[in-house]
Ligand binder design. Structure first.
Ligand code: ATP
Ligand code: MG
Length: 487
């Protein structure tokens, strides 16, 4: 018995495809069909009931190949589900969990999980108070993210959003976090880059990539973030911390607009259907921290991305997403053009929850850094006039330059937070006062390497104990000898 016959025996309802347009099939003859229910064609093609009319139903078909008008269909009585398993780790799949990496079938026990689910209720949730390190200094120190947070990564095309997200995966995979990268309508070459970068960083075996290509059916692409979230919930329910990336939700919104226009729904602002806000908000609501059955906390941290045009943050989808997340990291095209990497604009980035994950010293450091950066920006304006500057101002400009330099990180440099604090402490203590930026870079790299080799052990423990900046300065003075010995 095939899938169609099995469900027909169960539901005893048979219907027919009466018309087809791209991913949308109109069906008649299934009187008890419910919204979001899965349907099956006689050739075992799946669809989701989307719009129900008096005598017909609109169904979003996931696979549109060889569909025919007149084809038989049946109801299934279940919501659309996907086979999730532990063995998805280290694999590239489509939203139906079918392999796309040529490595054969996904083995292991399969759990069929519905792709649409309610978000956990308040009572099940736990406070977000544990920091998630991205390994990127400007983010960890100024706009920190907590496990379970939803932080939007927003900016123009080609400004380094994906690069930052991959660095975050590299940093988190080492901590045992399950990472899910959902590439929505991405070219194969883009996914190849993701795969190669993660393999080089030894993060691939902890990652699941869900990929839809630009020429995939709209129905399949529309499913991808829900499918990713369902997989994330599976691992969260096993007590894991999960990081999920949706790259990107502006592409997802466009696909949904395409489907809605095919369904002849009344278009709203920018031709998007009215419910676009709800469908993306409901998706992101499923993230968060919960009290785990296994004890402790389990979480889904969601980092959706959104694309802008010439830094315009006021677009319809962009503002919707800003409203449904707990803050945003803004990749500024102007900074990118000036050569800043990562091109994050710290002044226009916010994290509404992340601050509660910070220690006292981190909070103090963030205030000091923001003050110095703002001062530097102001002083740069003055230098444009070319006047002779007093020594004190020159000193502040130099500090600003070194701070900016410290915050520049290439693709390969991922810095643990304890090292970030040491580096800021060294800057605070004028450690590089007489050094050129080039010499400073060499020493920074050595400190990062020494940390990897564990030759900065005494610092690590002490950093945890520091209570304020003056203590940090004091400690750094004490340990400079040790750092110099290691350089
Ligand atoms: P898209 O809109 O196409 O998704 P994006 O915003 O995700 O673009 P990326 O593809 O991540 O941008 O990066 C654009 C380019 O910038 C890439 O060639 C990448 O190698 C480079 N880049 C990004 N971040 C850095 C960095 N920290 N150091 C050096 N190069 C970087
Ligand atoms: Mg990208």
């Amino acid at each position: 018995m095939n899938l169609f016959e099995a469900y027909l025996e169960k539901t005893k309802e048979i219907g027919y495809i009466t018309s087809l347009s791209h991913s949308v099939a109109r069906i008649s003859g299934l009187p008890d069909l419910k919204p979001e229910e899965m349907i099956i064609t006689e050739n075992s093609k799946k669809g989701i009931a989307h719009g129900l009319k008096e005598k017909t139903a609109e169904v979003l078909m996931i696979d549109t190949r060889e569909l025919k008008i007149g084809e038989k269909v049946t109801r299934t009585g279940v919501y659309f589900d996907i086979p999730v398993s532990q063995e998805l780790l280290g694999r590239i799949v489509n939203p139906l969990c079918q392999p796309k990496d040529g490595l054969g079938l996904i083995k292991g026990d399969k759990n069929y999980c519905p792709i649409k689910k309610e978000a956990p209720p308040i009572i099940a949730r736990a406070e977000i108070n544990e920091p998630l390190e991205t390994g990127i200094m400007v983010v960890d120190l100024l706009t920190p993210i907590g496990y379970g947070q939803r932080e939007l990564v927003i900016g123009d095309g080609k400004t380094g959003k994906t690069a930052f997200l991959l660095q975050t995966i590299a940093s988190q995979a080492k901590e045992g976090v399950v990472c899910i990268y959902v590439g929505i309508g991405k070219k194969d070459t883009a996914i190849k880059w993701v795969e190669e970068y993660l393999k080089k960083q030894r993060a691939f075996s902890q990652t699941i990539i869900i990929h839809t290509a630009p020429d995939d059916p709209a129905g399949l692409t529309y499913l991808s973030p829900y499918s990713g979230m369902t997989i994330a919930e599976y691992f969260r329910d096993k007590g894991k911390k999960v990081l999920i990336i949706f790259d990107d939700l502006t592409a997802h919104a466009k696909i949904y607009r395409e489907i809605s226009l095919l369904l002849k729904r009344i278009p709203g602002r920018d031709s998007y259907p009215g419910e676009i806000f709800h469908i993306q908000a409901a998706l992101l609501e499923r993230a968060g921290t919960i009290k785990s059955k296994q004890g402790g906390k389990a979480s889904i941290t969601a980092l959706p991305t959104a694309e802008t045009l010439e830094n315009d943050l006021s677009g319809y989808i962009q503002t919707n997403l800003m409203a449904t997340t707990d803050g945003h990291i803004f990749f500024d095209i102007n900074e990118f053009r000036k050569g800043k990497r990562p091109a994050i604009n710290a002044f226009l980035s916010v994290s509404r929850i992340g601050n509660q994950t910070k220690s006292i010293i981190e909070k103090e450091l963030a205030i000091w850094i923001r003050k110095k950066m703002a001062e530097y920006q102001r002083l740069l304006e003055i230098t444009k006039f070319g006047t002779e500057l007093p020594f004190e101002i020159q000193k502040n400009i130099e500090l600003g330059q070194r701070l900016e330099f410290l915050f520049s990180q290439d693709l390969e440099t991922i810095i643990p937070k304890r090292v970030q604090i040491i580096l800021i402490g060294l800057l605070l203590s004028d450690f590089w006062k007489d050094k050129s930026l080039k010499e400073m870079k060499i020493e920074i790299n050595k400190i990062i390497e020494n940390d990897k080799k564990n030759t900065l052990p005494s610092l690590k423990e002490k950093i945890e104990e520091i209570k304020d900046i003056s203590h940090l300065k004091f400690l750094i003075k004490e340990i400079i000898f040790e750092i110099e010995k290691n350089l």
